[in-house]
Write a protein that binds this ligand. Structure first.
Ligand code: V47
Ligand code: SF4
Length: 363
């Protein structure tokens, strides 16, 4: 491999021989301006695992409520009960959002004191009853912790009941960045690293799968991003339960934290470094909602192998004025993937039943 930055040469040897990269290697990657060199390294790993295939899912996000008892400083989605714009969806509203083409439903919302755990559980039960073949990805570790505290029980018991109701995977949200420094400033009342990792460890032990995210491009340092990745890698070494990693560039909205989102250079570098360091994660997602369709397709050449899905109704990032559409049609995702030079492969929420899309249809 060719590099304009000589510091990347030894990394080329490591990547070609399949040697695990170290924290120091991660530092060297972030410090380098050789974006194409970094991309070449990540693309090598990506193609070794997934060749020219890129997966996506016909899915829908459902945010049952935006009322939240926390007030994370970076969040533009949540409001207080009774405030303008506060909403709570009834079961009928939720079920009316289902359609026969869906293969995954992603449920996540605020921490609403007006509901018991039973109400949250019932949403899963009803969705599962109405659409038994659909993979239900529901409730972040932050929500699981909230339910456990309110029910005065363990996270394991909450997870057991959610699994019984039909959940197969936990979404990766709520991890933000595993830094006590950042937590104290941006989300002091939210669970921190240890509890987040513990809940995912428990979920994996019970046979549930989960995802992991990193929220970047706010006040975190490169060192904190790297530490986050290393902690995830270490848990994945222990359990193997993570399906995918999703780097989420912060959308500033009205937060006043930063005046613009991370640059395209930073987005591509972050996805590439994630692919390179997280050698035990099968999938790296480029989340088109956050990075935009154009950069999402470029990111497929920088280590990403999945684009999430149709989503239909995204509220969290759009509350922060994300400039992407709220959803994409299946055809538009297929085109995005093809135009990037990859073969689109439709999947379910657990990356099973993969079907290569040929012509306009699956084959
Ligand atoms: O935890 C909140 C982040 C997450 C903003 O598991 C923001 O497949 C950017 O986790 N700008 C929720 N990010 C979304 C999430 C997710 C998304 C897609 C797929 C999966 C998956 C998970 O969104 C939150 C938080 O880290 N977030 N506000 C914002 N203004
Ligand atoms: Fe609530 Fe999540 Fe927003 Fe924090 S980020 S205020 S926990 S909805």
């Amino acid at each position: 491999m060719d590099f304009s930055d000589p510091a990347l040469r030894s990394l080329g040897n490591k990547v070609e021989s399949g040697t695990r990269l170290s924290l120091d290697d991660g530092r060297r990657l972030f410090a380098s301006d050789d974006l194409l060199g970094i991309g070449r390294l990540a693309d090598h790993v990506r193609r070794k695992r997934h060749r020219d295939r890129t997966t996506f899912v016909v899915n829908r996000q459902i945010n049952p409520t935006n009322i939240c008892s926390l007030s994370c400083r970076f969040c533009c989605f949540s409001v207080k009960d009774g405030a303008p714009g506060a909403y709570v969806l009834g079961i009928r509203d939720i079920l009316s959002r289902l359609s026969p083409d869906l293969r995954e439903v992603h449920i996540v919302g605020g921490l609403y004191e007006g509901w018991d755990f039973e109400d949250y559980l019932n949403i899963v039960r009803e969705v599962h009853r109405a659409a038994p073949a659909v993979s239900i990805k529901a409730y972040t570790a932050v929500e699981i912790d909230f339910f456990a505290r309110r029910e005065k029980t363990t996270a394991g018991e909450i997870l057991r009941r959610l699994k019984e109701a039909g959940v197969v995977c936990l979404p990766g949200g709520g991890a933000e960045v595993f830094s006590e420094r950042v937590r104290k400033i941006l989300f002091p009342r939210k669970i921190g690293r240890d509890r987040w990792l513990d809940i995912h460890r428990t979920a994996h032990r019970m046979g549930l799968r989960s995802n992991a995210t990193l929220l970047y491009g706010h006040i975190e340092t490169v060192e904190e991003r790297l530490d986050h990745l290393m902690k995830l890698r270490s848990l994945q070494d222990d359990t193997g339960g993570f399906l995918s990693f999703i780097p989420l560039p912060f959308q500033p909205g009205d937060s006043g934290l930063v005046d613009r989102p991370a640059s395209a250079m930073d987005d591509l570098k972050t996805v590439a470094v994630s692919r390179l360091l997280l050698d035990n994660f099968d999938h790296i997602k480029s989340y088109w909602v956050a990075v935009g369709e154009d950069l999402c397709s470029v990111a497929l050449h920088f280590g990403a192998d999945d684009v999430d899905g149709t989503i239909r109704e995204e509220r969290v990032m759009h509350a922060a004025r994300a400039r992407t559409p709220e959803g994409l049609t299946r055809d538009r995702i297929v085109r995005l993937v093809r135009e990037a030079g990859f073969v689109p492969v439709e999947r379910d929420g657990l990356y099973r039943n993969r079907r290569e899309v040929r012509g306009g249809r699956s084959a």
